[in-house]
Design a protein around this ligand. Structure first.
Ligand SMILES: CC(C)(COP(=O)(O)OP(=O)(O)OC[C@H]1O[C@@H](n2cnc3c(N)ncnc32)[C@H](O)[C@@H]1OP(=O)(O)O)[C@@H](O)C(=O)NCCC(=O)NCCS
Length: 210
């Protein structure tokens, strides 16, 4: 089982990270039919996307088994936010080409995102950072990446569309070695502060709001 990280956070959220080392066929063979239906498989065309899908479902099933949650499948709401069928447990997931990370909690909404620093983030910084955040990031690729993942994690926690990253998702200034940063979700009648956990896995930053 290539789960490389598993831990429990202070608020009783559980994290599992899967390092993808298996082939497409190996992964598919690991999935019983109650997890992978023919209809689901048919809806994902690209083999790389299928691998991400296989691993994410295996990681969720791994956590469900560990926590005594009956796994009855995963569905998505009208906004694309996934949920466990027939359970009050909440989860969030993120994929990269090499890793899948899932965080789960008995009742609280969560968000998780994993990204690697890249030049692309410099080009799109104006789309997701306020002027204050842009100045604080100061073109530093690591900081731009942490901002990006933190906002994507907050977005997934909220789960609905029409979020303006610059206005609705705010991250307080932080230093690169800071393990917990502060974020704020401010939209419609919601104004909530959150602590976000920042971890480095290989070249990626993993940010979890839980
Ligand atoms: C949906 C979105 C969050 C996915 O993020 P991503 O970095 O492309 O991909 P990740 O691997 O990190 O996450 C994918 C998972 O997000 C989850 N997800 C999708 N929509 C979601 C939603 N509305 N709420 C919570 N989680 C969601 C799904 O579980 C998905 O995995 P799955 O399809 O295997 O079930 C992203 O594409 C998006 O729409 N972001 C917000 C839009 C935006 O405006 N961003 C840029 C601002 S400049």
């Amino acid at each position: 089982m290539p789960i490389i990280i598993e831990k429990q956070y202070n608020n009783h959220s559980y994290l599992a990270v899967w390092h993808i080392t298996e082939s497409h066929n190996e992964l598919q063979a690991m999935l019983p039919s109650e997890i992978l239906t023919d209809a689901e498989l048919a809806s994902i065309h690209h083999p790389k996307k299928q691998i991400e899908f296989f691993c994410s479902r295996l990681t969720i099933k791994y956590l469900a088994d560990k926590l005594g949650i009956k796994y009855l499948g995963i569905k998505k709401d009208e906004y694309g936010k996934p949920y466990l069928v027939g359970s009050t447990w909440q989860f969030s997931l993120t994929h990269t080409a090499e890793y899948i990370a899932v965080v789960i909690h008995e009742s609280q909404s969560l968000g998780i995102d994993m990204e690697q620093p890249s030049e692309k983030l410099l080009r799109i910084a104006h789309k997701y950072l306020s002027e204050t955040e842009k100045n604080a990031a100061n073109n530093d690729l690591d900081k731009l990446c942490i901002y990006w993942s933190a906002k994507e994690a907050l977005y997934k926690l909220y789960g609905k569309r029409k979020v303006i990253f610059i206005d609705n998702l705010l991250i307080s200034p932080f230093s690169k070695d800071q393990q917990v940063i502060k974020g704020r979700l401010r939209i419609n009648d919601i104004d909530e502060q959150y602590s976000l956990i920042v971890e480095k896995i290989a070249q990626y930053y993993l940010v979890t709001v839980c």
